[in-house]
Design a protein around this ligand. Sequence first.
Ligand code: SAH
Ligand code: SF4
Length: 390
Amino acid sequence: MGVTLDLSRGPAAPVLRNLSGMSRAELAAALVDSGVVRPDKARMRATQLWRWIHHYGVTDFALMSDVAKEMRALLAEHFTVARPEIVERQVSKDGTRKWLIRTAPGIEVECVYIPDVGRAGALCVSSQVGCTLNCTFCHTGTQALVRNLTAAEIVAQVQVARDDLGEWPSPREDRRLSNIVFMGMGEPLYNLDNVAQAIDIISDGEGIAISRRRITVSTSGVVPELEALGTRTQAMLAISLHATNDALREQLVPLNKKYPLAQLMAGIRAYPGLSNAKRVTFEYVMLKGVNDSPAEAKALVQLLKGLPAKINLIPFNPWPGSPYECSDWATIETFAAILNRGGYASPIRTPRGRDILAACGQLKSESEKVRASARRKASSIAAHDGLTDS
Ligand code: SAH
Ligand code: SF4
């Protein structure tokens, strides 16, 4: 499939701003700017709307029963709280669910819910469509970057999952979606502003209320942004390490040429808030005959010395045309045993959702970069949910 631009839909529809990606302050300002709300009422209205959007999950102003009818109609003229279109929904035999979401013309993104991960279940969200980095074992890396997702488009992934799981209003207990991991498509630290804003929204106690301690951001090692990630989001940090020496890591994660291991490790050691209770997670993909020897396991223990860390061993998930094989199970177990003896918890991640290409590193959408002029044209004539706008 090529680019999904539908230029046949006329006539021009107004592009409505989606309120889901706005901070409380932005929400208040947008209400005033639109002329719908008087400045002295803005904070009160913003709080009211916030709860409807992020606690109750409503997608229609008409359902906001404590807002006057005329006000609801005015809001609907200027804004939207609608969801993006779900292009495809797949359920794996192991219960993993994957959604392909179209947030705007030509912008398609995947997210995955994995039950029994974290406290109850984790949602793996995307931060970009495609990726600028070309890690050689990663399917997303074969898809050129189309663009960064907006905060609204990141929050929308959580909303779609919660719609499907029946988690509105925000449950206090027995949540099925308890954790968020930024391990979907893209490099979150190349889109930190929108990722940080989305985390502010998702973690807000009067809304979706997923604690920052249950939100993990995974990076391939964009060292200069690590400190800002920690101070702005207080999220848990995960590092895609995959190799213990520069020569091999350069092959697997080409970003290592820019930020070699010594710099990366120094940046991680300085990550704000690291402690035994808030350890950094290292992800290590097990590639047969490439990075899985006992010597490399010992080197890994040396490299992490003194760091409060745990290591997730990820059996390589193949994708069409992938150039690697997954290590044998016995090799992975031997590797894990060496790490355990070295003092590091090192769970082996059972692959989830492989049958629907939903496992780590298997995500990819058909979106391709189109010339900005073509996208502008498409945006101006196709009605959409305004998720690109905030
Ligand atoms: N771009 C970020 C987050 C997305 S990738 C990052 O690289 O950290 C999420 C995790 O899946 C990363 O640890 C990545 O290295 C790993 N991964 C990528 N391709 C994989 C594959 N084919 N099999 C197993 N893990 C993979
Ligand atoms: Fe991008 Fe992460 Fe895949 Fe590397 S592993 S190509 S950084 S999504």
